[in-house]
Design a binder for this molecule. Structure first.
Ligand code: NAP
Ligand code: F7E
Length: 352
């Protein structure tokens, strides 16, 4: 139970409309935070992952197409227009909000797309972090800063499993941009004594995952095959292995890092690795379909110029210092993702 007599803490999130931003918002609102989120303008309204929060006030996110009206301002969730490419908007918002905690989750986060738009990826995923840190320094506010670092930084890692001390050997423009942001965050911690954490998170998935990431793509594709809406799924490299966890558990780890006495860097992972092929097989099997390979077509467009063959994390430090451990494992994650897609198509799932 939260102590409601304490002053409400304020958090500022970039990337609030993304997978992690939406789960972290749920988590912080449940802890009675006032949550401020950065949203960027787009021609299509994009608040789907926050819609359930607005629905709880019997309004839809659509009612807040422009600036928040009374309900938004009276509730604990407040969205602000800005962009990680626009340093002045970040400084202005940080000065206005005076957040206790800042979570920098905004990024061009798709690895393959980063090969197509490397400069933009560096601009947002790399330099965006510098802009935020400079905004903190310039406004001189006392706050804590979380940087969304990634297992992609390890790239072709020189040791297995990967931990906080493993060297970075990135294999994509996205990985390079995250390495830059990571080192900048460490440098600002050391140079200016700021409270800064890097959460080095391995892949984490959920029904809110973007549809162009492989786990969601497979879960959605298999549900559509079950519903008779499609015959095949087009995929790339089925051999690549990833350490896949469950996103709602990973946002709790972010928050735990920010409650410590000192800023530090932590690996967050399950310690299990599986190939894309194994994930595909598991989802088909849960859907009751044999011979999964006949439903998969390989398409070269989904192969990357450089690939990371295998990643697996060692989250011992997070367990010892934060008391954090993953609960949802591979098979349970696959079930959650498939069942969510089946439900969206109106297919009732009864499992023993
Ligand atoms: P995501 O679903 O792709 O969300 C990315 C967020 O960044 C969205 O809210 C997006 O806004 C926002 N964004 C993109 N460009 C922006 C810009 N120019 N200015 C402001 N905001 C911008 O990513 P995620 O899976 O939640 O991941 C959260 C963070 O963790 C990212 O930094 C990602 O790189 C990192 N990470 C993710 C994983 C993982 O497995 N999920 C693992 C390690 C690290 P729109 O909605 O407007 O596009
Ligand atoms: O690919 C292979 C692909 O795009 C996983 C981001 O959140 O996690 C994510 O990056 C694997 C790769 O995630 C398809 O080649 C095969 O080996 O789901 P993904 P990612 O690249 O691991 C890290 C930790 C982040 O930080 C990133 O922000 O799956 N794969 N066939 C495919 N991948 C995609 N997307 N689509 C396919 O058709």
């Amino acid at each position: 139970m939260e102590n409601t007599n304490q002053a409400k803490k304020k958090a500022f999130l970039t990337g609030i409309t993304g997978q992690d931003g939406s789960y972290l918002t749920d988590f912080l609102l449940a802890k009675n935070y006032e949550v401020h989120g950065l949203v960027r303008h787009s021609s299509v309204f994009n608040r789907q992952r926050l819609e359930h929060i607005y629905q709880a006030t019997r309004r839809s996110a659509q009612s807040f197409l422009e600036y928040g009206t009374d309900i938004e301002q009276k509730s604990n969730l407040i969205l602000h227009y800005g962009d990680l490419s626009d340093g002045s908007s970040l400084a202005r918002l940080i000065a206005k909000i005076q957040p206790d905690e800042i979570y920098n989750l905004g990024a061009q986060s798709h690895v393959q797309i980063s090969f197509d738009i490397p400069e933009y990826t560096g601009e947002i995923t790399g330099l965006g972090t510098v802009r935020l840190l400079e905004a903190i320094r310039e406004t001189k506010i006392k706050t804590k800063f979380y940087q969304a670092s990634s297992s992609e930084m390890f790239g072709n890692a020189e040791e297995t499993p990967q931990k906080e001390t493993t060297a970075f050997r990135p294999r994509s423009p996205y990985g390079c941009a995250k390495v830059y942001a990571y080192h900048t965050a460490v440098n600002y911690r050391e140079a200016y004594g700021l409270f800064i954490c890097n959460g080095i998170l391995f892949n984490h998935e959920s029904p809110r995952r973007g549809e162009n990431f492989v786990t969601r793509k497979i879960a959605k594709g298999v549900a559509e095959i079950v519903a008779g809406k499609r015959d095949h799924i087009y995929l790339g490299n089925l051999e690549a292995k990833r350490d896949w966890g469950y996103a709602p558990e990973y946002v709790e780890a972010m928050w735990l890092m920010m409650q410590q006495e000192q800023g530090d860097d932590y690996v967050i992972a399950t310690g299990e690795t599986h190939s894309v092929g194994e994930f595909t097989e598991e989802i088909f099997s849960l859907a009751g379909i044999d011979n999964w390979e006949k439903y998969i077509k390989k398409n070269p467009i989904y192969y990357r110029p450089t690939e990371i063959n295998a990643l697996i994390g060692d989250a011992t430090k997070a367990k010892n210092k934060l008391g954090w451990e993953p609960k949802i494992r591979f098979k349970e994650l696959a079930r959650i993702m498939l069942d969510a897609e089946l439900k969206k198509l109106g297919i009732i799932v009864i499992r023993n």
